[in-house]
Design a protein around this ligand. Structure first.
Ligand code: ZN
Length: 155
């Protein structure tokens, strides 16, 4: 397992052949740990959605195409989870954030790559891979997505 960095709630992962926790939600991660979310775009009204839908949430049309989202997003808000919810076997505390992608699409996601308390609304982030234990003894891991501080921030 090639571990990029230890992160709260799980481990950053790169280029691993872990089973995805959810099918059809993302592509990647590649060797740098980068990953892209996949959603739907409506051919009739242009609405973007995440995750993939069978019908448009705006016009209810069925002419949807898969859409690969830009990796970069912005933290709208976040909270720090201190007690693991049932079925979550990663470590706590961790930051759970709402990230806005292109076209105003929002996604609820783990925020990784820095201490949970240090996140701020407005932080620029990018999608990445994250491995999470699938059982209490951490004998098996699955591939999930998360967002980390963007490597493309100019400052
Ligand atoms: Zn539509």
């Amino acid at each position: 397992m090639s571990e990029v960095a230890s992160v709260p709630g799980g481990k950053a992962s790169a280029g691993e052949a872990l089973p995805p926790i959810q099918e059809g939600v993302f592509v990647g991660p590649d060797a740098e740990g980068t990953l892209a979310l996949i959603g739907s775009g409506c051919a009739d009204c242009g609405q973007m959605m995440f995750p993939i839908r069978a019908r448009c949430v705006k016009c209810f049309g069925g002419a949807l195409n898969n859409h690969r989202f830009d990796r970069q997003g912005r933290v709208v808000t976040f909270t720090v989870i201190r007690q693991a919810p049932p079925g979550f076997f990663g470590s706590v505390p961790y930051a759970l954030g709402m990230v806005e992608l292109e076209a105003g699409v929002q996604v609820l996601t783990h925020l990784v790559g820095k201490p949970p308390e240090s996140w701020k609304a407005g932080d620029i982030v990018e999608s990445c891979g994250m491995s999470l234990p699938l059982d209490p003894r951490a004998e098996r891991y699955g591939q999930a997505f998360a967002f980390r501080p963007s490597s493309e921030i100019q400052q």
